[in-house]
Structures are given as C-alpha cells and as structure tokens.
Design a protein around this ligand. Structure first.
Ligand code: GLN
Length: 196
C-alpha cells in the first residue's frame, strides 16, 4: 500500500516517519500526479486555512475532494480533522474543507487557557496518551459516524477520534508521540476495509 502524506504545511514529516515505521511505502503529496499514485492519504496537523489555500494554489483541492468522495482512505489529525469535516464552527470567513465525515467540528475548541495539553484517552479498549495543540473537538456527528475516543471537558464529553467508513480523524497528534497504534488502526482497519 502506498501512503501519501499531504505535504503543503504542518507536521507532515512526522506522519511520513510513522507510516514508514509501520512498514509502508510513504511519499509526500504536493502535486496532482503524486496524488494519483497513492492508495491512501494522511492530512497532517498544521493550520487548516493555510493547508486549504495551498491545496487550491497547488491545484490539489478538487482532486483530493474527488478522491475522498470516491472512497480513497484518508486520515486527518488536528488541522487534518478539520479538513475532513463536512461542517466547521469558528472557521475563518469562507474556510473550505475537503469534507467526507458527516460531523461538525469546533476549531480551537479547547480555548486559550488550554492551548495545548496532554491527556490519556481510551482508544480501542486501551489507554492512549494524546497530545492536543490548539485542537478542534467534534461538536456533532451524523449517524454513520463512529466515535472512537472522547475527552471530558467543562462543557461535557466531546469526541476527539471518529471514523466514517474509509475516513478517520483525530483532534490529537499521534505522530508526535511515537505510539503507532492510531496509524496502525488506519492502515490495518480503515484502509483494508476500503481498498480492493
Ligand atoms: N488550530 C489549527 C487549525 O485551525 C489546528 C492546530 C493543529 O493542527 N495543531 O487549523
């Protein structure tokens, strides 16, 4: 399986390392020809508005949206989660997403006091140490969306890892901790279900 990592902005290098460490061929995606070569895409953390604008500039926006809608597996962390959401709260004016997951995410949801924090989550029945950096949370999901992990906030529990068929999104950054469980879940559970 050839894994592409969208490499326009953000922490794409860490995702490349994670994919390679998990035993997959991984390449950066900056051009439509590179997108055409890959079986699955990882959208890194960074700044979702910048990534969307650069995707437009590099003529990748519509091709990515199309491949996602045609069933290419994709995993988005943090800004990548925002880019896979069908709806955003507190987005920049006119902010676009590739979409695909029937959910509403709140950008920078955890607020200024807790810009960055770490928390132990339940993921697939085991404890996972998660790093959040100006992270979104999931405000609402459609019925096809499976919630994989939640955090308790002052405003109640919020989903921070979700899956809808061939698409996976996390509010946090597993690429920063060296723990490959979320990436392996993507490659072994999400991608295998979607790729013929
Ligand atoms: N707050 C960023 C955004 O809106 C996401 C932060 C991150 O990816 N670490 O895109």
């Amino acid at each position: 399986m050839k894994i592409g990592v969208l490499a326009l902005q953000g922490d794409f290098r860490e995702h490349l390392v994670a994919a390679k460490t998990a035993g997959h061929a991984a390449l950066t995606v900056r051009r439509p020809e590179e997108l055409a070569e890959i079986d699955a895409l990882i959208i890194p953390g960074g700044e979702s508005t910048t990534i969307a604008q650069l995707a437009r500039t590099f003529e990748l926006f519509n091709p990515i949206k199309k491949r996602i809608s045609e069933g290419m597996p994709a995993y988005g962390s943090c800004a990548g989660m925002i880019l896979l959401a069908d709806r955003i709260i507190d987005g920049a004016a006119g902010q676009e997403t590739f979409g695909g997951i029937d959910m509403t995410v709140r950008r920078n949801a955890f607020g200024r006091q807790v810009d960055s924090f770490e928390s132990d989550l339940d993921f697939q029945g085991t404890s996972l140490h998660a790093v959040f950096i100006r992270a979104p949370w999931v405000e609402q999901v459609g019925e096809k969306v499976q919630v994989l992990s939640e955090v308790n906030t002052a405003k109640g529990p919020h989903a921070v890892a979700v899956r809808q068929g061939h698409l996976l999104a996390t509010s946090f950054h597993p690429e920063l901790t060296g723990d490959l469980r979320v990436h392996r879940y993507f490659f072994e559970q999400v991608c295998t279900g979607a790729i013929k």
